[in-house]
Design a protein around this ligand. Sequence first.
Ligand SMILES: *Cc1c(COP(=O)(O)O)cnc(C)c1O
Length: 388
Amino acid sequence: MPRPIMATISVPAMQHNLNQVVAGLNADARQAGRTAPKVWAVIKAGAYGHGLAQGLAGFTAADGLAMLDLDEALACREAGWQGPLMLLEGFFEFEDISFVDTHRLTVSVHDEAQLRMLEQSSPSQPIRVNLKVNGGMHRLGFAPQAAVQAWQRLLALQKKGVVGELGTMMHFSRADDDPIVTQEQLSAFLALTSDMQGPVSVCNSAATLTPALWTQLPEARAQWVRPGICLYGSSPYAHRSASELGLRPAMTLEARIIGVQDCQPGSSVGYGHLFTASQPTRVGIVACGYADGYPRHAGTGTPVTVAGQPSRLLGRVSMDMLAVDLTHIASAGVGSRVVLWGEGGPSVDEVAEAAGTVGYELLCALAPRVPRRIEPVLRVEPNSGEHE
Ligand SMILES: *Cc1c(COP(=O)(O)O)cnc(C)c1O
């Protein structure tokens, strides 16, 4: 018998979330009297912990897929994806350029070193490039003046046939929580790139779900948004839940109770005795711990669902187990189903908040030892490749 823990990955939920995002973009575009942006579905980090194959199955309707690892791009091509693929961090060394060439990848160029490598390369066909501008986050991207010079060098490479379609991209640092800073970043980007033609991509999930932002981009340039987290059913915002946004959890983590303890007032639970009973307390021990990816920083009170009833975590999370309160759930005992997050339980965002982190981290950190059950694909249509 395997340990009673399981993660269910729902491809239909991923399809639903993409549909939901696209429907929102279409409705907002109609209202603004413009065309809707195209969508890069972001599937980096093994589709945010859901598995690359599930990302591919869930997002066949996307216009393109975006990732970081060359291996992930290769896996998409090998799985038959004909459409656009973008390396969000571009290539890392000179040898990567022939890989980019062979597999027809779109690359971000964010640094002088990449530019020099491109200038030394002679690909068999022009490479699609997005020049990445540092919009104020100071993570990746050219500073404003340097970006103008980089653009000129990329135009020269375009004339030589090394670079194909050339666009621009930027990443917001506070699209989830500060509209004023975000508007400043967008305005600065628009001013800097006003003479730069080609497709433009600036929106992560938080900005994709904020039409006031992307509707400011010039109509004449093809726009590509880059949602990630929302496609997996987790909210990019601290104060708007995924369900409010019409999103469904793509990952459900569940386990079973494997032991029960009756604690008298004054007795404590778990390492460090962080929880001490003040009244008679029935404690369920669940087969899930931080070695499964459940956050150790979650403390007493973190929401959990036991036998369909809302309950709470008690004390410190161990490596392989955690404790929950069964006092008010008489029917619960060994074998009862516990939903740690996802469908039928608290949202991953609620658990993340209790642990002082974000849903992204929990989804990506699901441990390899947790068995996965993949919910069936309702309908998969191979990408037609019409954007190629
Ligand atoms: C991860 C990533 C995204 C997606 O961000 P979400 O917040 O998950 O929507 C978009 N763009 C870039 C460059 C990224 O690295």
